[in-house]
Design a protein around this ligand. Structure first.
Ligand code: PAF
Length: 283
């Protein structure tokens, strides 16, 4: 039976017992409303670690006022069923008050431009919230490895940087984007889309494919690749582009030339829903 822990002390005690037995521990941090993308992270963690902990916590500090914190979809029963089915050993499901004291005033923040690029332009406090909660989860679970999806490419790069800068000694494993059969990247936010928007949302993965094909055919001019992707997306009337950018896969700084490892990433509103997708250039 999977353990459901709501208190930090329960997690610490269980992890301590596992470690005393010489077992390795993997962490899959999530905000719940789990789908096959999350399941793939759990599968990978189960394959690489003796014990797997998933966290299921809609983290308020990574949402700005006016974002979708209150409406963010939740279904803990379904999450538990999925986690258990995929071999997760413990889910950490804390209340907000367990994670944040009323007067909590400490944040973990990367002070370079990295969190200001891409999603950081419209969500300036988002990555500070992500780093803070992930740092806390690392301190609570003390995993050997932690598993994150490549769909949130900027988040993954930022977590790698935080781990390096803070000497966490945790191996960060990036896992491939999982897509619906028609190409749409799996996301808990896909649930916000009505039928018409769901159809329109396909333009993101089509733009990814177009970008990949251009790179494959030899195009190395980042502006040209991005420009073609933008034109394709703009042809879909229900969408509004937040950004489409080609950046260095590690620093997130804009590049003019596509090279191996360049991240081509986008955020696009479909109706009111903001979706992201990306690919890493293979040259
Ligand atoms: O990717 C997510 O779901 C969240 O940003 C994370 C990493 C669980 C932190 O709240």
């Amino acid at each position: 039976m999977m353990i459901i822990a709501t208190k930090i002390s329960e997690v610490r005690e269980q992890v301590r017992a596992w470690k005393a037995e010489g077992l390795t521990v993997g962490l899959v941090p999530t905000m719940g409303y789990l789908h096959e993308g999350h399941a793939s992270l759990v599968d990978r963690a189960v394959a690489e670690c003796d014990r797997v902990v998933a966290s299921d916590f809609v983290n308020p500090t990574q949402f700005a006022p006016g974002e979708d914190l209150e409406s963010y979809p939740r279904d803990f029963e379904h999450d538990c069923a999925l986690l258990e089915q995929h071999g997760c050993d413990m889910v950490f499901y804390p209340e907000v008050s367990e994670m944040y004291e009323q007067d909590a005033a400490t944040y973990v923040e990367i002070l370079s431009d990295m969190p200001k690029q891409l999603c950081g332009k419209t969500r300036p406090t988002h990555f500070r919230g992500v780093c803070t909660v992930v740092a806390k989860l690392f301190n609570i679970v003390t995993p050997d490895k932690a598993f994150f999806g490549q769909k949130d490419a900027q988040q993954l790069a930022i977590i790698r940087r935080m781990v390096r800068d803070m000497s966490y000694g945790i191996e960060i494993v990036g896992c491939p984007i999982i897509r619906e059969e028609d190409g749409l990247a799996k996301s808990s936010r896909n649930t916000y889309l009505n039928a018409e928007e769901r159809q329109a949302a396909l333009v993101l993965s089509k733009a990814v494919r177009l970008g990949q094909e251009l790179v494959k055919s030899g195009e190395r001019d980042a502006q040209k690749v991005v420009g073609e992707m933008v034109s394709l997306i703009e042809g879909e009337p229900l969408t509004r582009i937040d950004y489409v950018s080609a950046v260095d896969g590690i620093t997130m700084e804009n590049v003019t030339e596509i090279t191996d490892g360049t991240l081509v990433a986008m955020a696009v509103y479909v109706g009111k829903t903001r979706l992201i997708d990306n690919f890493i250039a293979e040259v």
